[in-house]
Design a protein around this ligand. Structure first.
Ligand code: GSH
Length: 173
């Protein structure tokens, strides 16, 4: 399959007049909406009822099988997902906006901040607020489900040992 070819079974991307951001109120996708405003070029939006489950139903799930906003359908019809990827791509394709510094060190710092906000504050922080029952302190979770799962998957007596590298004898020669 040549570069840029569409895998069999996938809908052929259709060119569009402008980008379309699929987003939901009160979600991190609002950030991409803000960036599109900053860029000051025409764009379209599709507002989803995320709490109502729109991201897990067709047609959205056919566009982004991960079932997450933000999702950007670009002018060439291709779909880009993940906040930091979309933000970086929007910044790089619109350098006049100065959204991302040119200097490598400053760019690395911007990516560092984006990764922390997206991965740690958003990904873990909010999950801990919304579904605290899914999290337990590791020092009291020795008999908890997570370690039990690791024990089962690895055969380790103590869940923590499940993370140890295999004994040399079990490595391929
Ligand atoms: N790793 C994704 C996470 C995006 C994400 O968690 N989006 C949430 C809204 S803030 C979502 O779509 N949730 C819908 C769901 O999980 O059902 C990214 O960085 O874009």
């Amino acid at each position: 399959m040549g570069a840029g070819a569409t895998p069999v079974g996938f809908p052929q991307p259709r060119r569009r007049q402008c980008h379309e951001a699929l987003w939901g109120p009160h979600t991190c996708a609002v950030g991409i909406h803000i960036l599109l405003e900053e860029i000051d070029r025409p764009y379209e939006t599709e507002k989803l009822d995320v709490n109502g489950g729109d991201t897990h139903r067709l047609p959205f799930i056919g566009i982004n099988p991960k079932g997450k906003v933000p999702t950007l359908v670009r002018e060439d019809g291709s779909v880009l997902t993940e906040f930091s990827a979309i933000a970086t791509w929007l910044a790089r394709t619109n350098p006049q906006t100065g959204l991302l510094p040119d200097d490598l060190e400053l760019e690395a710092r911007a990516v560092e901040t984006m990764a922390y906000v997206g991965g740690t504050i958003h990904g873990q922080g909010y999950a801990r607020v919304f579904v605290p029952q899914m999290f337990a302190r590791q020092d009291v979770a020795g008999e908890g489900r997570a370690w039990a799962g690791i024990r089962q998957a690895t055969g380790a007596r103590d869940g923590r040992n499940g993370f140890r590298a295999p004994e040399p004898a079990t490595r391929p020669a």
